[in-house]
Ligand binder design. Sequence first.
Ligand SMILES: *[C@@H]1O[C@H](CO)[C@@H](O)[C@H](O)[C@H]1NC(C)=O
Ligand SMILES: *[C@@H]1O[C@H](CO)[C@@H](O)[C@H](O)[C@H]1NC(C)=O
Ligand SMILES: *[C@@H]1O[C@H](CO)[C@@H](O)[C@H](O)[C@H]1NC(C)=O
Ligand SMILES: *[C@@H]1O[C@H](CO)[C@@H](O)[C@H](O)[C@H]1NC(C)=O
Ligand SMILES: *[C@@H]1O[C@H](CO)[C@@H](O)[C@H](O)[C@H]1NC(C)=O
Ligand SMILES: *[C@@H]1O[C@H](CO)[C@@H](O)[C@H](O)[C@H]1NC(C)=O
Ligand SMILES: *[C@@H]1O[C@H](CO)[C@@H](O)[C@H](O)[C@H]1NC(C)=O
Ligand SMILES: *[C@@H]1O[C@H](CO)[C@@H](O)[C@H](O)[C@H]1NC(C)=O
Ligand SMILES: *[C@@H]1O[C@H](CO)[C@@H](O)[C@H](O)[C@H]1NC(C)=O
Ligand SMILES: *[C@@H]1O[C@H](CO)[C@@H](O)[C@H](O)[C@H]1NC(C)=O
Length: 372
Amino acid sequence: MISHGTHYFAIGVLLAASAAADCLSGSTVVVDSQTALAAALADCTTFGRKIEIDSSFSGAASFAGVTNLSAAISTNLSVPGLTEILLPDVVQGYNFIAGSTPRLRNFSAPRMTDFLALRLDTEEALTVDIPLITAIDSIDVGGKTLYLNFPMLENITGMLSLDNEVSSAEPFAVDFPLLRTATEIVITGTVSNIYLPRLKSAYSATQIGNSGDAIALDLPRLSEVTGGLAIGGNFSSISLPSLVETNATISISASSPLSLNFTSLVKANTIEITGNVTDVYFPQLTSANRIYISSSLDVNCTGYDQAAAQSSLNTSDGSSGCYGSSTTVATPAAGHSGLAEIAKIGVGVGVGLGGFIILAAVAYFFCLRGRK
Ligand SMILES: *[C@@H]1O[C@H](CO)[C@@H](O)[C@H](O)[C@H]1NC(C)=O
Ligand SMILES: *[C@@H]1O[C@H](CO)[C@@H](O)[C@H](O)[C@H]1NC(C)=O
Ligand SMILES: *[C@@H]1O[C@H](CO)[C@@H](O)[C@H](O)[C@H]1NC(C)=O
Ligand SMILES: *[C@@H]1O[C@H](CO)[C@@H](O)[C@H](O)[C@H]1NC(C)=O
Ligand SMILES: *[C@@H]1O[C@H](CO)[C@@H](O)[C@H](O)[C@H]1NC(C)=O
Ligand SMILES: *[C@@H]1O[C@H](CO)[C@@H](O)[C@H](O)[C@H]1NC(C)=O
Ligand SMILES: *[C@@H]1O[C@H](CO)[C@@H](O)[C@H](O)[C@H]1NC(C)=O
Ligand SMILES: *[C@@H]1O[C@H](CO)[C@@H](O)[C@H](O)[C@H]1NC(C)=O
Ligand SMILES: *[C@@H]1O[C@H](CO)[C@@H](O)[C@H](O)[C@H]1NC(C)=O
Ligand SMILES: *[C@@H]1O[C@H](CO)[C@@H](O)[C@H](O)[C@H]1NC(C)=O
Protein backbone atom coordinates (compact mmCIF):
# COMPACT_ATOMS: atom_id res chain seq x y z
CA MET A 1 0.00 0.00 0.00
CA ILE A 2 1.34 3.42 -0.97
CA SER A 3 1.12 6.01 1.76
CA HIS A 4 -0.29 9.47 1.13
CA GLY A 5 3.11 10.86 1.96
CA THR A 6 4.80 9.03 -0.94
CA HIS A 7 2.01 10.13 -3.22
CA TYR A 8 2.46 13.77 -2.41
CA PHE A 9 6.22 13.39 -2.68
CA ALA A 10 5.88 11.95 -6.20
CA ILE A 11 3.57 14.77 -7.26
CA GLY A 12 6.02 17.27 -5.77
CA VAL A 13 8.91 15.84 -7.81
CA LEU A 14 6.81 15.89 -10.96
CA LEU A 15 5.86 19.51 -10.40
CA ALA A 16 9.45 20.51 -9.67
CA ALA A 17 10.66 18.70 -12.79
CA SER A 18 8.05 20.32 -14.99
CA ALA A 19 8.74 23.74 -13.46
CA ALA A 20 12.45 23.40 -14.24
CA ALA A 21 11.77 22.28 -17.79
CA ASP A 22 9.37 25.18 -18.19
CA CYS A 23 12.23 27.66 -17.89
CA LEU A 24 13.58 26.94 -21.34
CA SER A 25 10.84 25.74 -23.64
CA GLY A 26 7.12 25.58 -23.92
CA SER A 27 4.24 27.69 -25.10
CA THR A 28 3.87 31.39 -24.42
CA VAL A 29 3.31 32.20 -20.77
CA VAL A 30 0.49 34.68 -20.32
CA VAL A 31 0.71 36.50 -17.00
CA ASP A 32 -2.04 38.64 -15.53
CA SER A 33 -0.33 39.67 -12.27
CA GLN A 34 3.07 39.96 -10.62
CA THR A 35 2.20 36.82 -8.65
CA ALA A 36 1.68 34.87 -11.87
CA LEU A 37 4.86 36.32 -13.37
CA ALA A 38 6.91 35.44 -10.26
CA ALA A 39 5.46 31.91 -10.32
CA ALA A 40 6.34 31.45 -13.98
CA LEU A 41 9.91 32.66 -13.41
CA ALA A 42 10.44 30.84 -10.10
CA ASP A 43 13.85 29.13 -9.92
CA CYS A 44 14.72 30.12 -13.48
CA THR A 45 17.85 32.13 -14.18
CA THR A 46 17.53 31.60 -17.91
CA PHE A 47 14.02 31.88 -19.23
CA GLY A 48 13.42 30.82 -22.83
CA ARG A 49 9.67 30.97 -23.21
CA LYS A 50 7.79 33.90 -24.63
CA ILE A 51 6.00 35.98 -22.04
CA GLU A 52 2.88 37.98 -22.73
CA ILE A 53 1.64 40.49 -20.20
CA ASP A 54 -2.12 40.23 -20.19
CA SER A 55 -4.49 43.16 -20.38
CA SER A 56 -5.53 42.85 -16.74
CA PHE A 57 -1.97 43.16 -15.41
CA SER A 58 -1.70 46.06 -12.99
CA GLY A 59 1.36 47.69 -11.46
CA ALA A 60 5.02 46.81 -11.91
CA ALA A 61 6.20 43.69 -13.75
CA SER A 62 9.42 42.54 -12.14
CA PHE A 63 11.63 39.87 -13.65
CA ALA A 64 13.95 39.76 -10.62
CA GLY A 65 16.18 36.69 -10.44
CA VAL A 66 16.34 36.10 -14.19
CA THR A 67 19.67 36.90 -15.82
CA ASN A 68 18.93 35.62 -19.30
CA LEU A 69 15.66 36.16 -21.12
CA SER A 70 16.15 34.47 -24.46
CA ALA A 71 12.64 34.93 -25.87
CA ALA A 72 10.39 37.87 -26.53
CA ILE A 73 8.33 39.71 -23.98
CA SER A 74 5.25 41.37 -25.32
CA THR A 75 2.06 42.81 -23.98
CA ASN A 76 -1.52 42.31 -24.87
CA LEU A 77 -2.80 44.89 -27.37
CA SER A 78 -3.75 47.06 -24.44
CA VAL A 79 -2.50 46.85 -20.84
CA PRO A 80 -3.94 49.93 -19.18
CA GLY A 81 -2.63 49.16 -15.67
CA LEU A 82 1.00 48.32 -16.39
CA THR A 83 3.30 50.91 -14.77
CA GLU A 84 6.85 49.54 -14.76
CA ILE A 85 9.02 46.90 -16.38
CA LEU A 86 11.85 45.99 -14.04
CA LEU A 87 14.67 43.76 -15.21
CA PRO A 88 17.10 44.19 -12.30
CA ASP A 89 19.24 41.10 -13.02
CA VAL A 90 18.85 40.56 -16.74
CA VAL A 91 22.18 40.61 -18.56
CA GLN A 92 20.97 39.24 -21.87
CA GLY A 93 17.47 39.97 -23.08
CA TYR A 94 15.71 39.42 -26.39
CA ASN A 95 13.18 42.14 -27.01
CA PHE A 96 10.28 43.94 -25.46
CA ILE A 97 7.45 45.02 -27.70
CA ALA A 98 4.57 46.74 -25.96
CA GLY A 99 1.15 47.48 -27.32
CA SER A 100 -0.82 50.28 -25.75
CA THR A 101 0.45 50.80 -22.19
CA PRO A 102 -0.73 54.32 -21.34
CA ARG A 103 0.38 54.23 -17.68
CA LEU A 104 3.87 52.83 -18.23
CA ARG A 105 6.49 55.10 -16.70
CA ASN A 106 9.61 53.06 -16.09
CA PHE A 107 11.70 50.55 -18.03
CA SER A 108 14.72 49.62 -15.98
CA ALA A 109 17.45 47.19 -17.03
CA PRO A 110 20.58 48.30 -15.15
CA ARG A 111 22.69 45.21 -15.96
CA MET A 112 21.58 44.51 -19.51
CA THR A 113 24.34 44.31 -22.12
CA ASP A 114 22.51 42.42 -24.89
CA PHE A 115 19.14 43.34 -26.25
CA LEU A 116 17.56 43.45 -29.67
CA ALA A 117 14.61 45.77 -29.70
CA LEU A 118 12.49 47.95 -27.51
CA ARG A 119 9.12 49.45 -28.37
CA LEU A 120 7.18 51.34 -25.72
CA ASP A 121 4.29 53.73 -26.05
CA THR A 122 2.77 55.55 -23.11
CA GLU A 123 0.99 58.73 -22.15
CA GLU A 124 3.12 59.14 -19.01
CA ALA A 125 6.58 60.60 -18.59
CA LEU A 126 8.74 57.57 -19.39
CA THR A 127 12.14 56.68 -18.01
CA VAL A 128 14.17 54.15 -20.00
CA ASP A 129 17.38 53.11 -18.32
CA ILE A 130 19.67 50.61 -20.08
CA PRO A 131 23.01 52.09 -19.10
CA LEU A 132 25.35 49.25 -20.15
CA ILE A 133 24.03 48.52 -23.61
CA THR A 134 26.47 49.29 -26.44
CA ALA A 135 24.56 48.03 -29.48
CA ILE A 136 20.91 47.39 -30.19
CA ASP A 137 18.72 46.76 -33.23
CA SER A 138 16.02 49.29 -32.59
CA ILE A 139 14.55 51.69 -30.06
CA ASP A 140 11.06 53.01 -30.67
CA VAL A 141 9.64 54.87 -27.68
CA GLY A 142 6.98 57.47 -27.16
CA GLY A 143 5.65 59.14 -24.05
CA LYS A 144 4.51 62.42 -22.60
CA THR A 145 8.17 63.14 -22.16
CA LEU A 146 11.19 60.84 -22.23
CA TYR A 147 14.12 60.40 -19.87
CA LEU A 148 16.51 58.14 -21.71
CA ASN A 149 19.72 56.81 -20.26
CA PHE A 150 21.94 55.15 -22.86
CA PRO A 151 25.39 56.46 -21.98
CA MET A 152 27.25 53.57 -23.66
CA LEU A 153 25.16 53.03 -26.77
CA GLU A 154 27.30 53.18 -29.92
CA ASN A 155 25.39 51.49 -32.72
CA ILE A 156 21.75 51.11 -33.60
CA THR A 157 21.54 48.71 -36.52
CA GLY A 158 17.92 49.61 -37.24
CA MET A 159 15.74 52.47 -36.17
CA LEU A 160 15.87 55.06 -33.43
CA SER A 161 12.41 56.56 -33.13
CA LEU A 162 11.53 58.99 -30.36
CA ASP A 163 8.45 61.11 -29.95
CA ASN A 164 6.16 62.73 -27.41
CA GLU A 165 2.97 62.85 -29.37
CA VAL A 166 0.40 63.01 -26.62
CA SER A 167 -1.61 65.96 -25.43
CA SER A 168 0.17 68.07 -22.79
CA ALA A 169 3.51 66.70 -23.92
CA GLU A 170 6.62 68.10 -22.29
CA PRO A 171 9.82 68.60 -24.26
CA PHE A 172 12.34 65.77 -24.09
CA ALA A 173 16.09 65.71 -24.49
CA VAL A 174 17.80 63.46 -27.01
CA ASP A 175 21.07 62.58 -25.34
CA PHE A 176 23.16 59.76 -26.79
CA PRO A 177 26.75 60.74 -26.03
CA LEU A 178 28.45 57.80 -27.78
CA LEU A 179 26.03 56.99 -30.58
CA ARG A 180 27.92 56.65 -33.87
CA THR A 181 25.58 54.95 -36.27
CA ALA A 182 21.89 54.40 -36.79
CA THR A 183 20.16 53.19 -39.89
CA GLU A 184 17.07 55.27 -39.47
CA ILE A 185 16.45 58.16 -37.11
CA VAL A 186 13.03 59.67 -36.52
CA ILE A 187 12.78 62.30 -33.80
CA THR A 188 9.52 64.24 -33.60
CA GLY A 189 7.48 66.21 -31.13
CA THR A 190 8.72 68.89 -28.78
CA VAL A 191 12.40 68.53 -28.14
CA SER A 192 14.42 70.51 -25.58
CA ASN A 193 17.89 69.50 -26.73
CA ILE A 194 19.59 67.22 -29.21
CA TYR A 195 22.98 65.91 -28.17
CA LEU A 196 24.47 63.46 -30.67
CA PRO A 197 28.10 64.55 -30.61
CA ARG A 198 29.49 61.35 -32.16
CA LEU A 199 26.78 60.58 -34.69
CA LYS A 200 28.64 59.86 -37.91
CA SER A 201 26.33 57.75 -40.07
CA ALA A 202 22.62 57.88 -40.62
CA TYR A 203 22.11 55.46 -43.44
CA SER A 204 18.45 55.49 -44.21
CA ALA A 205 15.88 58.23 -43.87
CA THR A 206 16.66 60.65 -41.08
CA GLN A 207 13.88 62.93 -39.89
CA ILE A 208 14.36 65.40 -37.11
CA GLY A 209 11.51 67.64 -36.13
CA ASN A 210 10.81 70.04 -33.33
CA SER A 211 7.45 71.69 -32.80
CA GLY A 212 8.46 73.25 -29.47
CA ASP A 213 10.61 76.24 -28.68
CA ALA A 214 13.58 76.82 -30.94
CA ILE A 215 16.67 74.69 -30.32
CA ALA A 216 20.09 74.59 -31.93
CA LEU A 217 20.73 71.46 -33.97
CA ASP A 218 24.40 70.63 -34.12
CA LEU A 219 25.49 67.30 -35.56
CA PRO A 220 29.24 67.87 -35.49
CA ARG A 221 30.36 64.48 -36.84
CA LEU A 222 27.55 63.61 -39.22
CA SER A 223 29.26 62.78 -42.49
CA GLU A 224 27.54 59.72 -43.95
CA VAL A 225 23.99 60.45 -44.94
CA THR A 226 22.61 58.18 -47.60
CA GLY A 227 18.84 57.81 -47.49
CA GLY A 228 17.61 61.35 -47.01
CA LEU A 229 17.87 64.03 -44.37
CA ALA A 230 14.71 65.92 -43.45
CA ILE A 231 14.78 68.54 -40.75
CA GLY A 232 11.68 70.52 -39.94
CA GLY A 233 10.31 72.83 -37.30
CA ASN A 234 11.68 75.31 -34.83
CA PHE A 235 15.47 75.52 -34.95
CA SER A 236 17.55 78.54 -34.04
CA SER A 237 20.47 77.13 -36.04
CA ILE A 238 21.44 74.01 -37.93
CA SER A 239 25.07 73.01 -38.07
CA LEU A 240 26.38 70.11 -40.16
CA PRO A 241 30.12 70.85 -40.26
CA SER A 242 31.19 67.33 -41.29
CA LEU A 243 28.75 66.91 -44.12
CA VAL A 244 30.95 67.15 -47.20
CA GLU A 245 29.38 64.86 -49.74
CA THR A 246 25.99 63.19 -49.95
CA ASN A 247 23.69 61.71 -52.55
CA ALA A 248 20.72 62.03 -50.24
CA THR A 249 18.01 64.61 -50.63
CA ILE A 250 18.36 67.22 -47.92
CA SER A 251 15.13 68.96 -47.03
CA ILE A 252 14.76 71.62 -44.42
CA SER A 253 11.55 73.34 -43.45
CA ALA A 254 11.94 76.19 -40.97
CA SER A 255 9.04 77.30 -38.83
CA SER A 256 10.81 80.35 -37.42
CA PRO A 257 13.39 82.59 -39.06
CA LEU A 258 16.50 80.58 -39.85
CA SER A 259 19.81 81.35 -41.49
CA LEU A 260 21.58 78.32 -42.94
CA ASN A 261 25.20 77.79 -43.81
CA PHE A 262 26.25 74.44 -45.26
CA THR A 263 29.80 75.28 -44.34
CA SER A 264 31.52 72.14 -45.64
CA LEU A 265 29.19 70.74 -48.26
CA VAL A 266 31.06 70.11 -51.51
CA LYS A 267 28.87 67.64 -53.40
CA ALA A 268 25.14 67.35 -53.01
CA ASN A 269 22.25 65.89 -54.90
CA THR A 270 18.98 67.68 -54.14
CA ILE A 271 18.54 70.38 -51.53
CA GLU A 272 15.05 71.67 -50.79
CA ILE A 273 14.58 74.47 -48.32
CA THR A 274 11.19 75.87 -47.41
CA GLY A 275 9.49 77.83 -44.67
CA ASN A 276 10.86 80.81 -42.82
CA VAL A 277 14.40 80.79 -44.08
CA THR A 278 16.23 84.10 -44.28
CA ASP A 279 19.41 83.09 -46.10
CA VAL A 280 21.28 79.98 -47.17
CA TYR A 281 24.98 79.67 -47.91
CA PHE A 282 26.99 76.93 -49.59
CA PRO A 283 30.53 78.32 -49.51
CA GLN A 284 32.24 75.07 -50.64
CA LEU A 285 29.65 73.61 -52.98
CA THR A 286 31.02 72.55 -56.37
CA SER A 287 28.36 70.13 -57.53
CA ALA A 288 24.62 69.70 -57.02
CA ASN A 289 21.72 68.43 -59.08
CA ARG A 290 19.07 70.73 -57.76
CA ILE A 291 18.75 73.45 -55.17
CA TYR A 292 15.28 74.73 -54.54
CA ILE A 293 14.68 77.43 -51.97
CA SER A 294 11.20 78.73 -51.36
CA SER A 295 10.87 80.96 -48.35
CA SER A 296 7.82 82.56 -46.80
CA LEU A 297 10.14 85.41 -45.84
CA ASP A 298 12.15 87.83 -47.88
CA VAL A 299 15.08 85.49 -48.39
CA ASN A 300 18.56 86.69 -49.33
CA CYS A 301 19.48 84.67 -52.43
CA THR A 302 23.12 85.76 -52.61
CA GLY A 303 24.30 82.38 -51.30
CA TYR A 304 22.12 80.55 -53.78
CA ASP A 305 23.41 82.64 -56.68
CA GLN A 306 26.99 81.90 -55.68
CA ALA A 307 26.29 78.19 -55.31
CA ALA A 308 24.48 78.05 -58.66
CA ALA A 309 27.49 79.59 -60.36
CA GLN A 310 30.12 77.53 -58.46
CA SER A 311 28.36 74.23 -59.04
CA SER A 312 27.18 74.83 -62.62
CA LEU A 313 23.65 74.24 -61.47
CA ASN A 314 21.20 73.72 -64.32
CA THR A 315 18.82 76.57 -63.70
CA SER A 316 17.15 76.53 -67.11
CA ASP A 317 14.38 74.05 -66.38
CA GLY A 318 13.03 75.82 -63.28
CA SER A 319 13.66 72.91 -60.94
CA SER A 320 16.26 74.95 -59.12
CA GLY A 321 15.66 78.42 -57.83
CA CYS A 322 15.48 80.78 -54.93
CA TYR A 323 12.17 82.39 -54.14
CA GLY A 324 11.00 84.51 -51.27
CA SER A 325 7.93 86.42 -50.24
CA SER A 326 9.17 89.38 -52.19
CA THR A 327 9.19 88.68 -55.91
CA THR A 328 12.18 90.95 -56.53
CA VAL A 329 14.64 88.25 -55.51
CA ALA A 330 13.74 85.66 -58.15
CA THR A 331 17.02 84.45 -59.60
CA PRO A 332 18.02 82.62 -62.77
CA ALA A 333 14.68 80.93 -63.40
CA ALA A 334 13.35 84.32 -64.42
CA GLY A 335 9.64 84.60 -64.99
CA HIS A 336 8.82 81.98 -62.40
CA SER A 337 8.38 84.33 -59.52
CA GLY A 338 5.25 84.41 -57.42
CA LEU A 339 3.98 81.82 -55.05
CA ALA A 340 1.41 80.28 -57.41
CA GLU A 341 4.13 79.71 -59.98
CA ILE A 342 6.40 78.22 -57.34
CA ALA A 343 3.72 75.78 -56.30
CA LYS A 344 3.28 74.65 -59.90
CA ILE A 345 7.01 74.36 -60.48
CA GLY A 346 7.52 72.58 -57.22
CA VAL A 347 4.91 69.94 -57.80
CA GLY A 348 4.74 69.71 -61.56
CA VAL A 349 8.27 69.89 -62.81
CA GLY A 350 10.84 70.56 -60.21
CA VAL A 351 10.38 67.97 -57.55
CA GLY A 352 11.31 64.47 -58.59
CA LEU A 353 9.18 61.66 -57.26
CA GLY A 354 11.56 60.83 -54.43
CA GLY A 355 11.87 64.42 -53.43
CA PHE A 356 8.15 64.86 -53.63
CA ILE A 357 7.48 61.87 -51.42
CA ILE A 358 9.98 63.11 -48.88
CA LEU A 359 8.53 66.62 -48.97
CA ALA A 360 5.01 65.27 -48.66
CA ALA A 361 6.03 63.02 -45.80
CA VAL A 362 7.76 65.89 -44.05
CA ALA A 363 4.81 68.21 -44.58
CA TYR A 364 2.42 65.53 -43.36
CA PHE A 365 4.60 64.84 -40.32
CA PHE A 366 4.84 68.43 -39.27
CA CYS A 367 1.18 69.20 -40.03
CA LEU A 368 0.16 66.35 -37.79
CA ARG A 369 2.45 67.58 -35.02
CA GLY A 370 1.09 71.05 -35.39
CA ARG A 371 -2.50 69.90 -34.99
CA LYS A 372 -1.93 67.89 -31.86
C1 LIG B 1 20.99 32.85 -22.78
O1 LIG B 1 20.22 31.74 -23.19
C2 LIG B 1 20.37 31.40 -24.57
C3 LIG B 1 19.43 30.25 -24.85
O2 LIG B 1 19.52 29.26 -23.88
C4 LIG B 1 21.82 31.04 -24.84
O3 LIG B 1 21.98 30.78 -26.22
C5 LIG B 1 22.71 32.21 -24.45
O4 LIG B 1 24.06 31.87 -24.62
C6 LIG B 1 22.46 32.58 -22.98
N1 LIG B 1 23.23 33.77 -22.65
C7 LIG B 1 23.91 33.90 -21.52
C8 LIG B 1 24.62 35.20 -21.30
O5 LIG B 1 23.95 33.01 -20.68
C1 LIG C 1 -5.74 40.20 -24.72
O1 LIG C 1 -6.40 39.86 -23.51
C2 LIG C 1 -7.73 39.50 -23.69
C3 LIG C 1 -8.38 39.35 -22.32
O2 LIG C 1 -7.54 38.69 -21.44
C4 LIG C 1 -7.78 38.21 -24.52
O3 LIG C 1 -9.11 37.82 -24.74
C5 LIG C 1 -7.11 38.46 -25.87
O4 LIG C 1 -7.04 37.27 -26.61
C6 LIG C 1 -5.71 39.01 -25.67
N1 LIG C 1 -5.21 39.43 -26.97
C7 LIG C 1 -4.01 39.15 -27.37
C8 LIG C 1 -3.63 39.68 -28.70
O5 LIG C 1 -3.21 38.53 -26.68
C1 LIG D 1 12.56 52.70 -12.15
O1 LIG D 1 12.84 51.51 -11.47
C2 LIG D 1 14.12 51.48 -10.82
C3 LIG D 1 14.29 50.09 -10.23
O2 LIG D 1 13.23 49.79 -9.40
C4 LIG D 1 14.15 52.57 -9.75
O3 LIG D 1 15.41 52.59 -9.14
C5 LIG D 1 13.88 53.90 -10.40
O4 LIG D 1 13.81 54.91 -9.42
C6 LIG D 1 12.55 53.85 -11.16
N1 LIG D 1 12.36 55.10 -11.88
C7 LIG D 1 11.17 55.68 -12.00
C8 LIG D 1 11.13 56.94 -12.78
O5 LIG D 1 10.15 55.22 -11.52
C1 LIG E 1 29.93 50.23 -33.64
O1 LIG E 1 30.21 50.29 -35.02
C2 LIG E 1 31.56 50.63 -35.30
C3 LIG E 1 31.70 50.82 -36.79
O2 LIG E 1 31.05 49.81 -37.49
C4 LIG E 1 32.47 49.52 -34.77
O3 LIG E 1 33.83 49.84 -35.01
C5 LIG E 1 32.25 49.40 -33.27
O4 LIG E 1 33.02 48.35 -32.75
C6 LIG E 1 30.79 49.15 -32.99
N1 LIG E 1 30.59 49.19 -31.55
C7 LIG E 1 29.86 48.27 -30.92
C8 LIG E 1 29.75 48.44 -29.46
O5 LIG E 1 29.31 47.34 -31.50
C1 LIG F 1 9.92 78.93 -31.87
O1 LIG F 1 10.48 79.07 -30.59
C2 LIG F 1 10.39 80.37 -30.05
C3 LIG F 1 11.07 80.36 -28.70
O2 LIG F 1 12.38 79.87 -28.83
C4 LIG F 1 8.94 80.79 -29.92
O3 LIG F 1 8.88 82.13 -29.45
C5 LIG F 1 8.27 80.69 -31.27
O4 LIG F 1 6.90 80.96 -31.13
C6 LIG F 1 8.45 79.31 -31.85
N1 LIG F 1 7.93 79.32 -33.21
C7 LIG F 1 7.15 78.36 -33.67
C8 LIG F 1 6.69 78.50 -35.07
O5 LIG F 1 6.81 77.42 -32.97
C1 LIG G 1 26.99 58.91 -54.81
O1 LIG G 1 26.60 58.04 -55.85
C2 LIG G 1 27.66 57.74 -56.76
C3 LIG G 1 27.10 56.91 -57.89
O2 LIG G 1 26.13 56.01 -57.44
C4 LIG G 1 28.76 56.97 -55.99
O3 LIG G 1 29.82 56.70 -56.85
C5 LIG G 1 29.24 57.85 -54.83
O4 LIG G 1 30.18 57.14 -54.07
C6 LIG G 1 28.09 58.27 -53.95
N1 LIG G 1 28.57 59.23 -52.98
C7 LIG G 1 28.27 59.14 -51.70
C8 LIG G 1 28.85 60.18 -50.80
O5 LIG G 1 27.53 58.27 -51.23
C1 LIG H 1 6.58 80.97 -40.88
O1 LIG H 1 6.26 81.90 -39.84
C2 LIG H 1 4.89 82.26 -39.84
C3 LIG H 1 4.72 83.40 -38.84
O2 LIG H 1 5.42 83.11 -37.66
C4 LIG H 1 4.05 81.05 -39.52
O3 LIG H 1 2.68 81.40 -39.53
C5 LIG H 1 4.30 80.00 -40.58
O4 LIG H 1 3.60 78.83 -40.24
C6 LIG H 1 5.80 79.68 -40.67
N1 LIG H 1 6.04 78.78 -41.78
C7 LIG H 1 6.27 77.45 -41.60
C8 LIG H 1 6.52 76.64 -42.82
O5 LIG H 1 6.29 76.94 -40.51
C1 LIG I 1 29.53 80.20 -43.69
O1 LIG I 1 30.46 79.45 -42.92
C2 LIG I 1 31.81 79.61 -43.35
C3 LIG I 1 32.67 78.63 -42.59
O2 LIG I 1 32.42 78.75 -41.20
C4 LIG I 1 32.23 81.05 -43.12
O3 LIG I 1 33.56 81.24 -43.54
C5 LIG I 1 31.31 81.95 -43.90
O4 LIG I 1 31.62 83.32 -43.59
C6 LIG I 1 29.86 81.69 -43.55
N1 LIG I 1 29.02 82.46 -44.45
C7 LIG I 1 28.11 83.31 -44.02
C8 LIG I 1 27.43 84.14 -45.04
O5 LIG I 1 27.85 83.43 -42.84
C1 LIG J 1 22.61 89.29 -48.68
O1 LIG J 1 23.73 88.61 -48.15
C2 LIG J 1 24.99 89.10 -48.61
C3 LIG J 1 26.07 88.18 -48.10
O2 LIG J 1 25.90 87.90 -46.76
C4 LIG J 1 25.15 90.52 -48.15
O3 LIG J 1 26.40 91.03 -48.61
C5 LIG J 1 24.01 91.38 -48.70
O4 LIG J 1 24.08 92.67 -48.19
C6 LIG J 1 22.67 90.76 -48.29
N1 LIG J 1 21.60 91.47 -49.00
C7 LIG J 1 20.61 92.04 -48.35
C8 LIG J 1 19.58 92.69 -49.20
O5 LIG J 1 20.54 91.98 -47.13
C1 LIG K 1 19.17 71.62 -68.16
O1 LIG K 1 17.93 70.92 -68.01
C2 LIG K 1 17.13 70.96 -69.15
C3 LIG K 1 15.79 70.30 -68.83
O2 LIG K 1 15.98 69.10 -68.10
C4 LIG K 1 17.86 70.24 -70.29
O3 LIG K 1 17.05 70.29 -71.46
C5 LIG K 1 19.18 70.93 -70.54
O4 LIG K 1 19.93 70.23 -71.52
C6 LIG K 1 19.99 71.00 -69.26
N1 LIG K 1 21.18 71.81 -69.47
C7 LIG K 1 22.38 71.41 -69.09
C8 LIG K 1 23.50 72.39 -69.35
O5 LIG K 1 22.58 70.32 -68.59
